[in-house]
Design a binder for this molecule. Structure first.
Ligand code: PLP
Length: 432
């Protein structure tokens, strides 16, 4: 099914059918893994046209690959975007989208509640390596984002649902601020997925994913993606975005926004971003994610149902100090969860144990069904004690600011039988 045809279908239908159809030659029903590096040209002219972007087609798998294209078609359809670009990982997707927008000395306004790895990317690696500076803001406070904008700011970046605290961004407020400043709003929708939230419908201009998480769901394929919202007028802000809206040094001085209209960002991400920075997704990973996406809706529904039950259980438990889950009506973030996520809080959240650091380590270690590891969004339940693992190199003050003080655990609730999860938690909590 083409992405145009899929516009009339619901998310569940698109997640199964878009990007896949029976192979016209063999009748094979699911998509093949195109494990190839390069593609034969019809003749020299054809090769020249492909290289110059005068014709569309496959040249070399660093830029495009049919299995990755099938995934990109599905991803773009699920979010309602004009195109998508797969990357090797979520971090790769973040680098990819910013590389189209930013130059040395430019600035980005980014949420102070980003996943730790992203926070580090923005705070240390991007400025050190590329000269991309950033200022942080509270994602549920658009006024803070506005105050942080400078003449050098090229984008606002936030997670729709933050990892790990589950704070829901004020996407519409941020979109209004971005619009007024003439810059795009980029939303990392990894924790919510398009099942819970479609940021483009709320005014965002691009969406990034770590497809490593809920999108693939099984925890066996690294991947990332950038969705082009197709709704930002690059030409109207050509002075700010020369790579998209001014003649470039490549492809005979092509102006992406003129030649490719509302898919300018997606095409640039392939033709320049992947071509020149590498970081493309492997076709086998694209295949695994493509297949995983077919069950996105049923998985996310069950993730959210289980997470709410587990959050309620923990909230009432005498050994638990607090639970931060936007799906709970008592959460200060529930209002935004209702506006942007249908009232759901996703499946990842934090909670604190009254008895502190060692008790957290014990709970994370002794649980039988919860794997103690540094991932989220798998079918199986996962748990992590950030203070002794991912955030152990930060001092206590920095950990507390990041929402992962010593007594805090992060949980990613899977889609197992929920009574089994509650029993597992109860058995260990009894011993603490
Ligand atoms: N964004 C969020 C919200 C994440 O949780 C992660 C990883 O945990 C990333 C981005 C980075 O993704 P990846 O690990 O696929 O590079």
């Amino acid at each position: 099914m083409s992405s145009d045809a899929s516009k009339k279908y619901g998310l569940e239908t698109m997640s199964i059918h878009t990007g896949s159809g029976p192979c016209p030659e063999t009748g094979a029903r699911t998509i093949p893994i195109h494990q190839t590096t390069a593609y034969v040209f019809n003749d020299a002219e054809h090769g020249a046209d492909l290289f110059a972007l005068r014709d569309t087609g496959y040249v070399y798998s660093r830029l495009t690959n049919p299995t990755c294209s099938a995934l990109e078609e599905k991803l773009a359809a699920l979010d309602g975007g004009s195109g998508a670009t797969c990357a090797a990982s979520g971090h790769g997707a973040q680098l990819l989208v910013l590389s189209a927008l930013m130059s040395p000395g430019d600035h980005i306004v980014s949420s102070c509640k980003l996943y730790g790895g992203s926070a580090n990317q923005f705070a240390t690696i991007f400025p050190d390596m590329f000269g991309w500076e950033s200022t942080t803001f509270n994602p549920d406070n658009a006024r803070e984002a506005k105050a942080a904008i400078t003449p050098k700011t090229k984008a606002i970046f936030a997670e729709s649902l933050s990892n790990p605290e589950g704070i829901v961004a004020d996407i519409e407020g941020l979109a209004a601020v971005a619009r007024e400043a003439g810059i795009p709003l980029i939303i990392d929708n990894t924790m919510a997925t398009p099942y819970l939230c479609k940021p483009l419908e709320h005014g965002a201009n691009a969406v990034t994913y770590s497809t490593t998480k809920f999108m693939s769901g099984h925890g066996n394929a690294m991947g990332g993606a950038v969705i082009d919202g197709g709704n930002f007028d690059w030409l109207a802000h050509a002075d700010k975005f020369p790579r998209l809206a001014q003649p470039g040094k490549n492809y005979d001085g092509i102006i992406f926004a003129k030649s490719f209209g509302n898919a300018a960002l997606a095409i640039h991400n392939h033709a320049i971003g992947l071509r020149d920075l590498g970081g493309q997704q492997q076709p086998f990973n694209a295949y695994l994610t493509f297949v995983g996406l077919e069950t996105l809706a049923v998985r996310m529904q069950k993730h959210c149902e289980n997470a709410l039950i587990v959050a309620h259980y923990l909230e009432r438990h005498k050994k638990v100090d607090w639970v931060s889950y936007a799906g709970l009506e008592s959460s200060p973030h529930h209002k935004n969860a209702k506006k942007y996520m249908n009232g759901h809080g996703g499946a990842v959240f934090t909670f604190a144990l009254k008895s502190g650091f060692n008790a957290c380590k014990k709970l994370a270690t002794d649980l039988e069904l919860f794997s103690q590891l540094a991932n989220i969004g798998e079918t199986r339940s996962l748990i992590l004690h950030p203070a002794s693992t991912t955030h152990s190199q930060l001092d206590e003050d920095a950990r507390t600011k990041a929402g992962v003080a010593d007594d805090v655990l992060r949980i990613s609730v899977g889609i197992e039988t929920v009574e089994d999860l509650l029993n597992d938690l109860e058995c260990v909590l009894k011993t603490i």
